[in-house]
Each structure stands twice: as structure tokens, then as C-alpha cells.
Design a protein around this ligand. Structure first.
Ligand code: MFK
Length: 531
């Protein structure tokens, strides 16, 4: 009987022309030489033992045990074997430490996210707790509260797995995930000088973290986001007892099944204000921006994984007289997916590079404005691309892509979360619109598109670069349309046009300096997909 060979992966660094080409064109050679061994090692794990572990562990899910045998409330959450292995690997590899150690200065974020990009698709969304941990570390390092930073940062950025902590980001309440200002959790000051939180958190990802940043309204504060305050919570005391927190249940989700997303009750949880007793939404924003960056990198690498599997399969699958990889229509389909992936890659790593420069204090005020606008735009653009590419990848396998024990359906289920958590497409599009109105960010964005397309001197790319400028001009015209209600109605169109036009400009600019001929093919192809 005929059995189709399963798709396989090689070393995920060595096999990734797009990543290697970007790093070679971007990093100073001595930095690339210094970090390449780590990347190779992670690439080997991700395509080999870790990928095997992921497939073997496919069916395991976290288990919540509310009570012990003697009636004590314990709320133990047992993580899956893959996640238990992912945590020490992440800390030892410095996936959080790297941008805080800043050994490679302004390049430290590129270093971190290149490594995270290799780690992520073989660890079933362990990038979720890492994203929140990085977000908490960033927030604490800029909040000015030296006592809290001094207590938590050494754990969040530890390379020693025994010292390493992850952080939760407890924001969402049942009043709504997007309109955080509606939060009902109350903070009460006690006569002992400690604050205690009372309320319900409806969607708390990775409830096994040692600490969390959360929002609550100090009693008497006004309604809305300004009346909330940002609080730091340690989840358990030194004896392991929960800090006035109970886990009501784990969520039964479409995907991200290994992420222990919980509903929590806070009943007197002792918490410390991070920076004052108001402006909670504004003060948690550094965390949101970092987790949105992780989201974008995760989208890019999910696309890369989906395409790597589909390409390997195409080289092994014989039908209608030849291999799928030799069929013009199938190749064309893969080329379209590849173009989306490469555009998303350059867009995302442009943002990552900018973040690194700003954190190393090498960025200008204009860079800060650009990053503020780019973060929601890149997050929403790459999330939509990721769902589309993962869906197409399943189709590349025919029926096998729809069968659970191939491991392929999980790609699509997990991809669907990227456009939902950390701000939906519409909420982020409105956030971007607000930023465009309040500052000169759109002018900086315009200059970035122009600078990227001006670098394209190769005649073969001229049409594609012109398309990037045209698409940007369309978005600019929509922003300038002041008819009542029109801007809000167009916000998603504007944000996607901005995201895709800059992605095309950056892809063209990269293709113009790269020695990889396929970069030009992808730029030309992506230009046809930028409607
Ligand atoms: C693989 C990686 C994945 C990561 C996994 C993480 C899993 C975590 C699970 C979750 O927690 S998911 C839930 C995440 N929730 C959200 O992302 C909330 C989505 N909603 C928004 O982002 C809304 O736009 C927002 C809540 C911020 C709107 O609230 P408000 O009360 O209308 O706030 P407003 O007026 O927009 O902003 C208040 C202040 O914060 C303003 O400053 P000013 O007071 O000075 O004017 C804003 O400029 C500022 N601000 C808001 N968003 C900001 C920001 N500043 C910087 N960056 C931002 N992103």
C-alpha cells in the first residue's frame, strides 16, 4: 500500500535563506559571527529534537487541580511536558535576558528576536509567557520604581532556570477585552499600608507565572482608563500559598491549547502600585507594545514554519504524473505565500531593529513616534497575513492538512489567536488612527516609505517600488478625508494599506541590496498582492 512520507524539517537556521540573508545584510559582521553559533544551535533543536517532542506531545494540555485530597484549595496547574522543557531552554538561551544585558548594544533586539523566531514554532506558544515576561521587564525597567525593578528584574531576565520567573499580564475582565477602562477590579488600601485587590480577571494567559502586572481601580477613583492603576502582584508567598487568588477554571479555546489561560478571582490579593494610583492604561502600555512585537515575530515565524512544511511535502508528493514541486500552479501558490512571509519578515524586523535602537538610546524623537505608530500596524498586518498563509498551507496538503495527527491543523488554530489577543485588528486600527492625528508620526512613516523606495535603483524593481508609494498615497488620502465618520469607517483599510505599503517598500529595498535573487522575485510577487 502507498504511504505518503511525512514532511520533515532540517536545521531551521541553516534552511532559512530569508533570516540568514537579512542578518548578513543588517548586522555588523563581527556581531553575526558572535551570535551565529547560538542561532545554529537553536535552529538544530527547532527542526530536530524539539519538533519531534512537539509532535509527540501533541495531545497533552495543562490540567487544573483546584483542591487537594484533604480539601485544601491548591489551584495547581500542571503544565505539559513540552512547556516544562521550553521554560529552562528559554531562560538558558537568554530569550528574555538578551535585550536587558544589551551585550550587542542597539542590535540586541535583533539578536533576541532572531533566536525567538527560531524557538517559537516548535514550542506551542510558549512565546506567550515569554512575551508577557519581556513586557513586564520593559515596564519595570522604565517605571522609575527602583524597589520593584530591583526585586523582579533579576528574576525576569535570569539565565539560570532556577532563578527565572515569568510574568502574567492580567488585564481582561468580562466587561470587555478591548475597552480596558471598563475594568471593575477594585483596589483597597489596608490599615497595614498594603493594597488589596478584589475582582475577577476573565482571560489571564499563562496563569502559572510567579508574578503579574494587572490593573485595578483604587476606591474612589473615576471611571475609565485614567482611574485605573497599574499593580504588581506576586502570585504565591514563600510557602507556595496563593496570594488571595483563586483559579476558577481554564478556558476551553480554539487553539493555543498548551497556554493555561485562566479565569481568576482576586479576593484580597496583596499588590503594590507600580507608578502612582492613576493612568493604569497608559502605564501598562510599554508591556502592550512589547507583547505586540512578540505577536508580530510569532506571526512571521508561523508563516515560515507552514511554508517549510508545505515545501518539503511538495518535493515528496507525486500526483498527476509529477512531483507537486514541479507543477506550475502549485509553485505559484507557494510563491504567493512566500511573498507574504518575506514582506512580513522585513516589516517586523524593521520594527524590531528600531525598538533596539531606541532602547539603546540611539533613536531620535522621530524614531519614537514611528515605533509608536508601527507597533499596532505591524501587529495587525502580520496577524492577517499569518491566518491566510497558514490556511493556504493546510490546503497544500489536501486532506492531510485537515487531519489532526499530522499536527498541521494546530498551525491554523494557533494562528487565529494572533489577530485577536493583544488588540484586535479594528481596535489596533483605531489606536493607529489616534496616533496619526496626535503627532507627526504619519509624516515620519511617509519619509520611511520614501527612504526605502529611494534606495531601489534596480530597474527591475522600479514598478514594485512605485506600487509601494501609490499604496501609501491611497492611505494618506484616506487619513486626510475629514468627512464625518469616514476615517473611523476606513481605519482598518488605512492601517492595512500602511502596513502593506511599508512592507513592500522594505522588501524592495532589501532585494535591491541582497545577493539573493529570490528576494527580487518575492518583492515583485508581493507587489501584485498589494491591492
Ligand atoms: C506570542 C505573543 C503573544 C502575546 C501573548 C500575550 C497574552 C496576553 C493576554 C492578554 O492580556 S490579551 C489582552 C490584551 N488587551 C489589549 O491589548 C487591550 C486592547 N485595547 C486597547 O489597546 C485600547 O486601545 C486601549 C485599552 C489602550 C484603549 O483604552 P482607553 O482607556 O480608551 O485608553 P486611551 O485613551 O486610548 O489611552 C490612554 C493613554 O494611554 C493615552 O495617553 P494620554 O493619557 O497621555 O493621552 C494613550 O496615548 C496611551 N496609550 C494607549 N495605548 C498605548 C498608549 N501609549 C503607548 N502605547 C500604546 N499602545
Amino acid at each position: 500500500m502507498f504511504n505518503q512520507p511525512a514532511p520533515q524539517l532540517g536545521n531551521q537556521y541553516d534552511d532559512d535563506d530569508v533570516l540568514r540573508d537579512y542578518l548578513a545584510c543588517t548586522l555588523p559582521p563581527e556581531i553575526l559571527r558572535a551570535i551565529e553559533p547560538e542561532l545554529k544551535e537553536m535552529g538544530e533543536l527547532a527542526g530536530g529534537p524539539l519538533y519531534g517532542f512537539q509532535r509527540a506531545d501533541r495531545l497533552s494540555e495543562p490540567v487544573h487541580t483546584p483542591w487537594d485530597a484533604w480539601g485544601n484549595r491548591i489551584d495547581h496547574i500542571e503544565l505539559t511536558p513540552l512547556w516544562r522543557a521550553a521554560e529552562p531552554l528559554a531562560s538558558r538561551s537568554g530569550l528574555i535576558a538578551i535585550p536587558y544585558e544589551r551585550k550587542h548594544g542597539a542590535w540586541s533586539r535583533v539578536h533576541q528576536f532572531a533566536l525567538a523566531y527560531l524557538f517559537t514554532p516548535s514550542t506551542d506558544l510558549y512565546s506567550c509567557p515569554l512575551a508577557m515576561t519581556d513586557g513586564a521587564a520593559r515596564t519595570l525597567s522604565v517605571c522609575g520604581n527602583h524597589a520593584l525593578a530591583g526585586r523582579a528584574l533579576p528574576h525576569l531576565t535570569a539565565r539560570d532556570p532556577k532563578q527565572f520567573w515569568t510574568s502574567g499580564q492580567w488585564m481582561t475582565e468580562s466587561t470587555g477585552g478591548s475597552d480596558v477602562g471598563l475594568s471593575e477590579t477594585v483596589a483597597q488600601p489596608g490599615s497595614d499600608g498594603q493594597w488589596r485587590l478584589f475582582g475577577h480577571k476573565w482571560f489571564t494567559s499563562a496563569a502559572t507565572s510567579q508574578m503579574a502586572l494587572t490593573l485595578a481601580r483604587p476606591e474612589g477613583n473615576p471611571v475609565g482608563g485614567k482611574g485605573l492603576a497599574l499593580f504588581y502582584i506576586e502570585v504565591r508567598d514563600e510557602k507556595g500559598k496563593l496570594n488571595g487568588i483563586s483559579v476558577n477554571r481554564l478556558k476551553d479555546k480554539l487553539g493555543t491549547r498548551k497556554v493555561p489561560t485562566a479565569e481568576l478571582t482576586l479576593d484580597g490579593a496583596i499588590a503594590i502600585p507600580v507608578m502612582g494610583l492613576t493612568d493604569g492604561v497608559k502605564n501598562i502600555a510599554p508591556m502592550l507594545n512589547v507583547t505586540r512585537t512578540w505577536n508580530s515575530v510569532s506571526c512571521v515565524t508561523y508563516m515560515r514554519r507552514a511554508i517549510a512544511l508545505a515545501r518539503d511535502y511538495a518535493a515528496k508528493r507525486f500526483a498527476f504524473g509529477s512531483m507537486l514541486s514541479e507543477k506550475p500552479l502549485h509553485r505559484d501558490t507557494l510563491d504567493g505565500m512566500q511573498a507574504e512571509f518575506e514582506a512580513a519578515f522585513h516589516l517586523t524586523f524593521f520594527m524590531v531593529n528600531l525598538l533596539g535602537r531606541i532602547e539603546a538610546e540611539e533613536g531620535s524623537e522621530a524614531d519614537r513616534e514611528l515605533l509608536r505608530l508601527l507597533t499596532p500596524i505591524v501587529k495587525l498586518t502580520t496577524a492577517k497575513q499569518c491566518v491566510a498563509v497558514c490556511s493556504e498551507a493546510l490546503e497544500c496538503f489536501g486532506g492531510a492538512g485537515y487531519v489532526e495527527d499530522t499536527g498541521l491543523p494546530a498551525l491554523l488554530r494557533d494562528a487565529q489567536v494572533f489577530s485577536i489577543w493583544e488588540g484586535t485588528t479594528n481596535v489596533l486600527a483605531l489606536d493607529a488612527l489616534r496616533v496619526m492625528h496626535g503627532a507627526s508620526a504619519l509624516n515620519v512613516f511617509a519619509a520611511t516609505v520614501k527612504e526605502a523606495t529611494d534606495r531601489v535603483t534596480d530597474a527591475s524593481l522600479a514598478g514594485a517600488a512605485a506600487k509601494a508609494n501609490e499604496r501609501f498615497a491611497d492611505a494618506f488620502a484616506m487619513v486626510s478625508n475629514n468627512a464625518a465618520g469616514e476615517q473611523e469607517r476606513n481605519a482598518r483599510r488605512i492601517a492595512l494599506a500602511l502596513g502593506r505599503s511599508l512592507a513592500l517598500a522594505l522588501l524592495c529595498s532589501h532585494a535591491a541590496r541582497s545577493k539573493r535573487r529570490s528576494a527580487t522575485q518575492s518583492a515583485l510577487r508581493f507587489a501584485t498582492q498589494v491591492a
